[in-house]
Design a binder for this molecule. Structure first.
Ligand code: SAM
Length: 400
């Protein structure tokens, strides 16, 4: 059989392409489209033979689309119009224009693609853009299924709750299809559970199977710390964390179905010193950081501001593994600044390296960044990207 002809829209650094490879599908990406010059350079570095269209999607004509004669669309449209802490401009946000253009083009194609996969943030499921998408899919005769999934459901110690839609044309419905419901686990994960409580009955309602962190987590910005700040002082055990949050973290760290972070970490060496948190950040933000050890089985969503903004952009790593976090933070607020800093420094906190984030995202070791890309730029690009094994599994389900 001829390889599937795949069109990758909003291709960024190529997370979708990587997932397609990992899914072992016989496929060829016939065009990858993105306007971001730097992302395109990273894409080219890793997928040199793929035709890269460095232009806006709305600049591609119907004729050009038709000429590509693709069987599948993989796409991650910009998320900002749908994030909870964003302005939620939805369809009126200019960044949604290209997506609406795709929806307009789709029914007019000479040959409709057989398959479609879309990734976006949690929040998309209750947007008007999603309603438009479903309307277009119905017009064209697609069967679809929606999901809200995090890498934790594949045993990966990273929260990155994302909306996914898979759709196929003129075929039998998916065997597990749950119309009008957003599934929060993969269909082969205990089917019984799936239909008992692992669905969102009405769009936008959080399912009982999501962890409390994932229910509250802002998909792009990370946990909302402002609510913690407004809690009465007595509610904090230490580090502005509620007992409930600490229990949740403890439970996650004891969940042996999830791997330990150490499996994803680079070896500590002198080079790592550049990832240590600057002292002023330590003093200012220590109470708000999500601090994890290599033996933890969790980390919060790494966003594009990681390494630049400290608060809520992703976990930091405690490399002094024998130091007790609780003892460092005990009564620390009563200490003079210098002593506070001395205590905090004993934790040896550092940022995860871009390679470590790429590992958690499931990019293989051979995936790399051109030398000219700075660390900050790597964080930005990775923060915009996706979890490869989650998408690879969805592609397999879609084609299965
Ligand atoms: C959420 S990111 C997708 C990242 C990608 N899946 C990856 O693995 O890196 C959205 C991407 O869409 C691109 N983009 C946004 N608006 C666009 C448009 N109108 N035309 C083409 N690309 C666009 C951005 O440059 C960004 O790289």
């Amino acid at each position: 059989m001829a390889p599937l002809r795949v069109l990758e829209l909003y291709s960024g650094i190529g997370g979708m392409h990587q997932a397609l490879k990992e899914s072992c599908t016989s496929a060829e990406v016939v065009a990858a489209v993105d306007v971001n010059t730097l992302a395109n350079e990273v894409y080219k570095h890793n997928f040199p033979s793929t035709p890269l269209w460095a232009k806006t999607i709305e600049g591609i004509t119907l004729k050009e689309f038709d000429r590509l004669s693709f069987d599948m669309i993989l796409m991650s449209p910009p998320c900002q119009p749908f994030t909870r802490l964003g302005l939620q401009g939805d369809v009126s946000d200019p960044r949604t224009k290209s997506f609406l253009y795709i929806l307009d083009i789709l029914p007019r194609l000479q040959k409709l693609p057989k398959y479609l996969l879309l990734e976006n943030v949690k929040g998309f499921e209750s947007s008007s853009a999603r309603s438009e998408l479903l309307r277009t899919l119905a017009t064209c005769g697609f069967k679809y299924q929606e999901f809200l999934l995090s890498p934790t459901c594949l045993g990966i110690p990273n929260s990155r709750l994302r909306y996914f839609l898979i759709a196929k044309l003129h075929q039998e419905p998916f065997s597990f299809q749950a119309p009008g419901q957003v599934l929060t686990s993969f269909p082969d994960q205990d089917l019984e559970d799936l239909f008992k409580d692992k669905v969102i009955d009405k769009v936008g309602e959080a399912s009982s199977s999501l962890s409390s962190e994932e229910k509250n987590l802002d998909p792009d910005i990370g946990p909302d710390c402002s609510s913690k700040k407004s809690l009465p002082k007595g509610a904090f055990l230490f580090k502005l964390e509620t007992v409930k949050e600490m229990e949740r973290k403890h439970d996650q760290d004891n969940d042996s179905s999830i791997q330990m972070l150490k499996d994803f970490l680079e070896e500590e060496n002198e080079e790592m010193s550049r990832y240590f948190l600057p002292l002023n950040s330590l003093l200012r933000y220590a109470f708000l950081l999500d601090i994890v050890k290599p033996t933890c089985r969790r980390s919060t969503c790494f966003t594009k501001g990681y390494g630049h903004y400290v608060e809520g952009t992703g976990s930091v790593l405690q490399t002094a593994v024998d130091v007790q976090l609780e003892s460092v933070f005990k009564h620390i607020e009563d200490l003079p600044e210098e002593e506070k800093l001395m205590k905090l420094s004993t934790l040896k906190l550092r940022y995860f390296t871009p390679r470590e984030i790429a590992n958690l995202h499931g990019f293989p070791l051979e995936f790399g960044f051109p030398d000219k890309v700075t660390i900050k730029q790597c964080y930005r690009l990775l923060g915009n990207s996706l979890n490869v094994p989650v998408v690879a599994k969805l592609i397999s389900i879609l084609l299965g």
